[in-house]
Design a protein around this ligand. Structure first.
Ligand code: IDP
Ligand code: MG
Length: 142
């Protein structure tokens, strides 16, 4: 049975800086998913604090927020059957050194030794996260 979902994708500041927005969005479109909304913007600390709320207390949270504030991100809402899992698979493992070749992180990123892993893409990890994150980044999206 069809289970159309929506997920939140962020092309992180490293991806925007390196000119990889087209490749990231292109892979998602080529897979067959549909773009619902997109916005290029620089986030603020309050938004990122909420977005990464699950990581409160983790040592990498400060560097992560600083990195995410370092330039604009492309926020995109993507729709499709099982899209939440699908975009996680396209993204690859969190650690870009270990992410499989063929995935966005595996092909386009490496660990630079920075305190936070710069890995090109964020993608919601569950239906609950997707709903929460879409409401945060696109409050007008009904
Ligand atoms: P995810 O982006 O694959 O869902 P999360 O565990 O939610 O991974 O972590 C959010 C982001 O924080 C990662 O994408 C990465 O940029 C960074 N990160 C996660 N774990 C570490 C770590 O152990 N060291 C440095 N940065 C990390
Ligand atoms: Mg995550």
């Amino acid at each position: 049975m069809s289970e159309v979902q929506r997920t939140l994708v962020l092309v992180k500041p490293d991806g925007v800086r390196r000119g990889l927005v087209g490749q990231v969005v292109g892979r998602i479109e080529a897979k067959g998913y549909r773009l619902v909304a997109a916005q290029l913007r620089t986030a603020d600390a309050a938004l990122l604090g909420e977005h990464y709320g699950e990581h409160a207390g983790r040592a990498f949270l400060g560097p992560l927020v600083e990195f995410m504030l370092s330039g604009p991100v492309l926020a995109v809402v993507v729709e499709g059957h099982r899209v939440i899992e699908g975009v996680r698979v396209l993204s690859g493992a969190t650690d870009p050194t270990l992410a499989a070749p063929g995935s966005i992180r595996g092909d386009l990123a490496c660990d630079t030794g920075a305190p936070v892993m710069e890995n090109i893409i964020h993608a919601s990890d569950s239906p609950g996260s997707a709903a929460r994150e879409i409401a945060l980044w696109f409050p007008d999206l009904g």
